[in-house]
Design a protein around this ligand. Sequence first.
Ligand code: LMR
Length: 396
Amino acid sequence: MLEQLSLAPSDPILGLAEAFRKDPNRNKINLGVGVYKDEEGHTPILASVAAARKRVLAAETTKNYLAIDGSPEYSRAVQELLLGAGHPLRASGRAVTVQAPGGTGALRVAADFLHQHFPASRVWISEPTWANHGQIFRLAGIQVQTYPYFEVQTNGLAFEAMCHALAHVPQGDVVLLHGCCHNPTGVDPDPAQWQRLAELLATRRLLPLVDFAYQGLGRGLRPDAEGLLLLAAALPELLIASSFSKNFGLYNERVGALTLVAANTEAATAALSHLKISIRANYSNPPAHGAAVITTVLQDPQLRAQWEGEVQAMRERIAQMRSLLVQTLMAKGVRRDFSFIERQQGMFSFSGLSKDQVEALRQQYGVYIVAGGRINVAAMTRRNMEPLCAAIAAVL
Ligand code: LMR
């Protein structure tokens, strides 16, 4: 039976990381996978995380299972971070949060839940979007459609085209939106545009699913949640898949959450009971350690202030790298206007480099970026900027 199988294509992002590891080039630069690097090129364990980890390990007395939906303290901490401390949804009973193994795990639980209970609903994803989105929903059995998002001429949001497409989506379908720091483009709606999207989705009776993986890395922890809050205010129902991989640097602990907002407490409670079935069938119950670390940081005022400072430092370093990239390209004599890179948010920049240029960067210069031209700005440093820009100038 198994001999019928031919080789699957390698993953467009994590497969690139594998290829990078195997490349003997000593000057290679990895700007593929979305992982933050400090000025020394390391992906550090945050000091707040290291302190919380010590406390968690010292206090741990058992390795017993968590509940199917994870730790209730963690779920409360997640909701507080997403919505803000005093948000009325938190006390309303309309919002339920389940712990999940990373943002990807949360998306997969959402996908299984949607397919199980709303088999006719399709999921609409932006064009372009994170390379894994389509496959997560398709493999869960859901039909996937796209809506326009990025405008090549302006390197900005194709807002009118996006609204036009969403205005024709049938009632009951699901629209996947990136809460902030759109992956791969770095282009987000502004608050007025979020408001219009919220009204449009409400009028069309569409269900938004917000992928929220970069809170704090765009404009700040609260401003990055602005779109989410506008959706929550305008719509009776909402799904949020959130991740702590990036803003806590907890990539390999796989910590995320799926939050579901329903029109009333009864509907939220019923939905939770079904989410638990999706979880039980997928991985039974979530891993404990990373979530315990996050709960400790978010609940302790000192650790929380330290963590917020560390998120701010990451955000500011990324912004500096954006400016330095634009300046260094100019200094290398590149004529093309790359100033749009400074206007984009989050870890990524959609460079506009062609498939051949991306390939030449890798083959000739050992510079790894994702095939569509997505560059991880968060892995640039003062040290790799010169050789990187020289390579880009050469392939242009
Ligand atoms: C990325 O887009 O590079 C990250 O979200 C990592 C991943 O899992 O693809």
